[in-house]
Design a protein around this ligand. Sequence first.
Ligand code: AMP
Ligand code: MN
Ligand code: MN
Ligand code: MN
Length: 290
Amino acid sequence: MAATLHALTNADLHSHSQVSDGTLSPDAVAARAAAHGVELFALTDHDELGGQRRAREAALDHGIGYLAGVEISVTFAGETVHIVGLGIDPEDAALQAGLAATRSGRRERAQRMADELARAGVPGALEGALRYVGNPELVSRTHFARFLVETGVCSSTHEVFRRFLADGKPGFVPHTWARLGDAVRWITGAGGIAVIAHPARYRFSPSAEYALFSEFVAHGGRGVEVMTGSHSEPERVRYADTALEFDLLASRGSDFHSPEESRTELGSLPDLPGRLSPVWEALAHRVQWP
Ligand code: AMP
Ligand code: MN
Ligand code: MN
Ligand code: MN
């Protein structure tokens, strides 16, 4: 397919499979993206590249373009920040080693989360969460949330995070993830572009947020998600302005995790505002087409 990219391309460059905390297989996410009109797709599992080959093959089989992707967990100024890498080479050794190091503490963290939840009156949470885990190296809070909903402790994942798993709640265990500069270098070293994921979700003061964007750019970061499933309309406008202020490319991605849980369907976000430069145009040379 001699495909062309433009500002109105239906690009969905943020999604998850069972290889991290989504519920569908990598190929099923890609197939679902194609069925929902996505023309350029990226699977961006947390800290893990194990789904890339299956997602790429399924995307190409379904006639859509593919960009390799990942979402790296970073600790910046005491908060967890997510950095999406797009157009990376999944075989890059330094990127793979960095992601393996980032994943390495998850199992101990999960044990401590289960201990905290048991103290809060919810026993058996590790065994319960593990029933939802597709990748033993990637036990995440989302898997605990599914267990707490399934067992009726909470009625929604939103309630789970509000009552148990968010910072300051009884099941929250602080964790130190990758450093911002390392994550950006792993991505750019693998031929990709680093993008700040869902910027409105962080609880930074204005000066800490300014520091995040400034340091991100200083390390070689080049993009920001403006259109994401968790941004309200005012937040889209605000981060469109931020993209222009820091001269960043803009990205668009649903952050789809599951047909049952995701608030935004694959491929369903509005187009980027016309005043922004789409990150996918800068990655045209990294796209794989059918
Ligand atoms: P972890 O990497 O184990 O800390 O898990 C983070 C994941 O939890 C995110 O990628 C989301 O999928 C999910 N998550 C975080 N906060 C919330 C929330 N308030 N509601 C629903 N899911 C959330
Ligand atoms: Mn997630
Ligand atoms: Mn995220
Ligand atoms: Mn995500």
